[in-house]
Design a protein around this ligand. Structure first.
Ligand code: FAD
Length: 495
């Protein structure tokens, strides 16, 4: 059995794995990434948040490439949810922290998106090996020391490394080596069933790229426009209605669509894709959990290997890539000898759990179908105390920037971008927020909204042209702050 030495070995080449590998390689460390499949490979999780496509992809240096890939631009979300019988919408542009040019995300075919990130890791010097499956974690009494993997020919190899990052998603069992237990949520005990359609209708501009979520008696549907003609459609069904997803999955999905008139209408002229990678109707369950240990000496868990909540606000890839950044900061800090392992990973752990907790608390209340959209905004304000208004709190939370991490609200880059685009700002905010169209919702037409938007616009201009954003404050008393380049931890000046 051959044996090699690396600083870090990453297990899994999804968004969490490629992101952590890239951020560590950027600091000059030797990184090996082992992926058991050959990319591009299928994955669910297609609706992204601005925090990922601008914050993380910007820091990785891959934002332009992602933009050029031609993914559907997502300006926000539209919901038929709660007591309001009519759909209501939100636009990311309402938040001053997701100012003008960064006020959108993308709906992506994950095969393409994940492949772009993995290829980018290679460009940054990561040794990426596909068709290589990790089978064992090497450990001793003190710490994890490496992995054993099997390559495409079935040959076994040993890799010794200072850190093993488990980014192997929710199906692998490698996370067990970090100690602790995986606890499944009692609340989010849902089952998802999903497929792909050609020819589905689109909402009127500018909402044609929005994710549409429609509640119905047994759960809710997502409707994600992946291209002008291809749509990802999935039902999330509460476990008490599990019999609805028994039997032939394609039959079950069709029957569920019939029970949700708004989705049935959008698909009235559409045909389900029946061949190729999108031809299968898939079912997923037991996907809402969190491990009670996210790290131990020599090993750290990121992305779905650590936790996942629920598809409703597209938090999966955000939590995956954000946790990857946090883990990279901790690894880089320890490898550079800046900060001790315990303190460095305690910061990773606290920030990761904080972000997961924000979404958890908010989503529990969001699933309360007896509330209206105003109550959801109010609930968002309770969990995101940084925002100036309830609506902003909601949009920041669902845009992935509520933690105010410098990676997502980089004041200097916002300023630079706005110096160039300041002239367009008022126009773009006005256009995007007054979304127009019949279901633009009373929300966007009300006086309160008008003044919130006006205030939002002013704050955006202020932030862009010399405002007072300080994203680098410690999130917790006595905690660490991101370094100036965002790739390590630093000790706060106030400590
Ligand atoms: P993955 O993307 O799963 O990548 C893990 C990689 O590790 C895989 O490529 C796998 O092949 C590899 N691997 C596994 N075991 C090994 C091994 N032993 N050795 C080597 N490699 C290995 N998120 C969103 O952001 N938006 C959405 O709209 C959304 N919708 C969702 C809908 C449903 C029904 C579900 C269940 C999830 C959804 N998600 C969504 C969540 C999203 O799918 C995940 O959070 C995201 O894919 C996690 O990325 P990751 O890199 O951690 O894991």
């Amino acid at each position: 059995m051959s044996s090699e030495e690396f600083d870090v070995v990453v297990v899994g080449g999804g968004p969490s794995g490629s992101t952590v590998a890239s951020f560590v390689a950027k600091q000059g460390h030797r990184v090996l990434l082992l992926e058991k499949e050959t990319f591009p490979r299928y994955q669910i999780g297609e609706s992204l948040l601005p925090a990922t496509v601008h914050g993380i992809c910007g820091m990785l240096g891959v934002a332009d490439e992602v933009e050029k890939a031609g993914f559907t631009r997502k300006l926000g979300g539209t919901f038929r949810w709660g007591t309001n019988p009519e759909p209501w919408s939100f636009a990311f542009a309402i938040s001053p922290r997701m100012a003008g040019p960064t006020s959108h995300a993308y709906q992506v075919e994950r095969m393409k998106f994940d492949d772009i990130l993995l290829k980018h890791s290679r460009k940054l010097g990561v040794d990426v090996r596909e068709n290589c499956s990790v089978t064992e974690v090497i450990e001793d009494a003190e710490r994890v020391r490496g992995v054993v993997y099997t390559d495409a020919d079935g040959t076994r190899h040993t890799v010794n490394a200072r850190y093993v990052v488990d980014a192997s998603g929710n199906k692998s069992r490698i996370h067990r080596q970090a100690g602790g237990e995986r606890t499944y949520s009692d609340f989010f005990r849902n089952i998802a069933i999903f497929g792909y359609y050609e020819g589905g209708k689109r909402m009127p501009a500018p909402k044609q790229g929005n994710i549409f979520c429609a509640a119905f008696d047994e759960g809710w549907f997502w409707y994600i426009p992946l291209s002008d003609t291809l749509t990802s459609v999935g039902a999330v069904v509460h476990r008490e209605f599990a019999e609805s997803v028994q039997g032939d999955p394609s039959e079950a999905l069709s029957q569920l669509i019939e029970k949700c008139p708004r989705i049935a209408d959008l698909l009235s002229d559409a045909e389900r894709v029946t061949d190729g990678v999108y031809g299968q109707v898939r079912v997923r369950k037991d996907y809402s959990y969190s491990n009670n240990s996210y790290w131990r000496p020599g090993m750290v868990l990121v992305g779905d290997a650590a936790c996942f909540l629920d598809p409703v606000f597209s938090s999966g890839v955000h939590l995956a890539t954000y946790s990857a950044l946090l883990a990279a900061r901790s690894i880089n800090s320890v490898l550079a000898g800046d900060i001790g392992e315990e303190e460095s990973f305690a910061e990773f752990d606290a920030r990761y759990r904080h972000e997961f907790g924000l979404f958890y608390e908010f989503l529990v209340s969001f699933y309360d179908m007896n509330s209206d959209h105003e109550s959801y905004f109010w609930q968002a304000k309770k969990v995101n105390s940084f925002a100036d208004s309830e609506l902003e709190a909601f949009v920041e939370l669902v845009g992935g920037v509520a933690s105010l991490d410098g990676a997502f609200v980089d004041a200097e880059s916002v300023r630079t971008r706005f110096r160039n685009t300041a002239g367009e700002l008022e126009r773009s905010v006005a256009q995007v927020d007054r979304t127009g169209g019949d279901d633009a919702t009373p929300l966007y037409q009300s006086e309160i909204m008008g003044s919130v938007m006006e205030q939002g616009t002013q704050i955006q201009v202020q932030a862009a042209l010399g405002g007072d954003l300080d994203p680098s404050d410690a999130l917790f008393e006595g905690g660490l702050v991101p370094s100036a380049d965002g790739l390590r931890w630093a000790v706060s000046a106030e400590r």
